[in-house]
Design a protein around this ligand. Structure first.
Ligand code: ZN
Length: 184
């Protein structure tokens, strides 16, 4: 098995440490179940639980600082909680405007669905995409607003690039969209 990639940012390093602590706690729990010694081991599990929840806040703060630093270089961001690539109804390919993913396919395009933080942000994002994205706002779910971005099969690599760029901090910038579109 390949070792995991070396963390390149503080938030990635902290996240890696947190994952290791979660694993270590699991190992301790199993050891106690298998071998006893519970009164001694439980304390250490408790210390790890403390560290794991404290790290959660520290990771959040580090991530915020990283996003702020990148904003200075690449422009302001909006929240963009991507959740993988699937197939869905979208207005058109965000790169070329095609309305089918390939000739004779049905109307589903390769698709990213991303959670955005408000209806207003979603509307701004539709503008950032030049109208080639759809805001999925349901009045009965006002806190679960998604932006749907589609691509034809020829431009699936552009959609994958957009996912890769935006998934790191779960934010998006105008420049990210331009770069994903420009990719060939
Ligand atoms: Zn296309």
């Amino acid at each position: 098995m390949n070792p995991p990639p070396k963390p390149t940012t503080l938030s990635e390093a902290l996240n890696a440490a947190r994952n290791e602590m979660v694993l270590a706690r699991g190992t301790l729990t199993q050891a106690r179940l298998d071998h006893g010694f519970a009164d001694r081991i439980r304390n250490i599990e408790g210390l790890l639980t403390c560290g794991i929840s404290t790290l959660y806040e520290v990771i959040r703060e580090a991530t915020e600082l990283e996003i702020k630093a990148i904003d200075e270089d690449r422009g302001p961001h909006l929240q963009f909680g991507v959740r993988g690539i699937g197939l869905d109804v979208c207005p058109c390919c965000f790169v070329c405007g095609a309305t089918q993913r390939e000739p004779d396919a049905n109307h589903f395009l390769h698709n990213i669905a991303a959670v955005v933080s408000s209806k207003a942000d979603g509307e701004t994002l539709v503008e950032w995409f030049g109208g080639r994205a759809r805001l999925d706002f349901r009045p009965h779910q006002p806190h679960h607003i998604q932006l749907k971005v589609g691509a034809c099969t020829a431009h699936l690599p552009n959609l994958q690039a957009l996912e890769r760029i935006t998934s790191k901090h779960r934010v998006i910038r105008l420049k990210d969209i331009a770069e994903a579109i420009a990719l060939r």
